[in-house]
Design a protein around this ligand. Sequence first.
Ligand code: FE
Ligand code: FE
Ligand code: ZN
Length: 294
Amino acid sequence: MNKNILLGCHVGMGSPNYFLGSVKEAISYGANTFMFYTGAPQNSFRKPINELLIEEGKELLVKAGIDVTKLIVHAPYIINPANKNRPDLYHNSKEFIISELRRTYAFGAKILVLHPGAHVGYGSEEAIQSLAEALDYIFENDGTDVKIAIETMAGKGTEIGISFEEISKIISKSRYKNRLGVCLDTCHINDAGYNVHDVDSVLETFDKVIGLDKLLVCHLNDSKNPVGAHKDRHENIGYGEIGFETISKYVHHPLLINIPKILETPYIDGKAPYKKEIEMLLSNKLIDNWKENF
Ligand code: FE
Ligand code: FE
Ligand code: ZN
């Protein structure tokens, strides 16, 4: 087992302990990195950052030996920065992402994961152009050095960013390429049609089309659906179509050691599965029927 493997999960951030609570939660799972939303993922209401116990959380991070610059913030998924044809929503999405980048910066984190949005009928070419322009506006105005990691999407509805080629286009159309990277989600690329099991070939293709230096985060999720299903329904590790062996290959792959790998698998009867999943993945040993005995 390689102790330097960066492996963690999604954690909550809510009242009363906010960021300090998030750090405690991650530590309780044996995680050495984690991802959080700065508020509810389905809305854009956000508490002022001075109420989030950021300093207290950072102190605990230092004690636990967790590198704050490897933490990930996830932007809420209701915004759509890729549709210029709804000027009000397009504008609000851009302004919200600017405020998210500033919040991410305030935590000391360096990476904001963003869903690239949907073309809602206008075609992906136009949406890719809209998004690239939105990103340029955002980077011109946010005043931080936080990077945006565009997440690979499953291809449900009219999502864009469903292939490495589309993501590469978004990056190449932006004037701020050095502030853009990618979040590779195993469930999403499986559902988008990639053979997720052949890890070397996935990474080789990624390198050819986008460049491995752009890979900033991995989301490790099993999928409830077969390859190419365009669904995006996450499953616990070992219980889906991807399977434990493949997910574990991502955890232990030499090219991915230093990249934060984040579990976003579903809760089981109201309980977080992450301690168990992290344990099994780090030891590369699947416990049979672990969910039944959870
Ligand atoms: Fe996501
Ligand atoms: Fe994800
Ligand atoms: Zn997903």
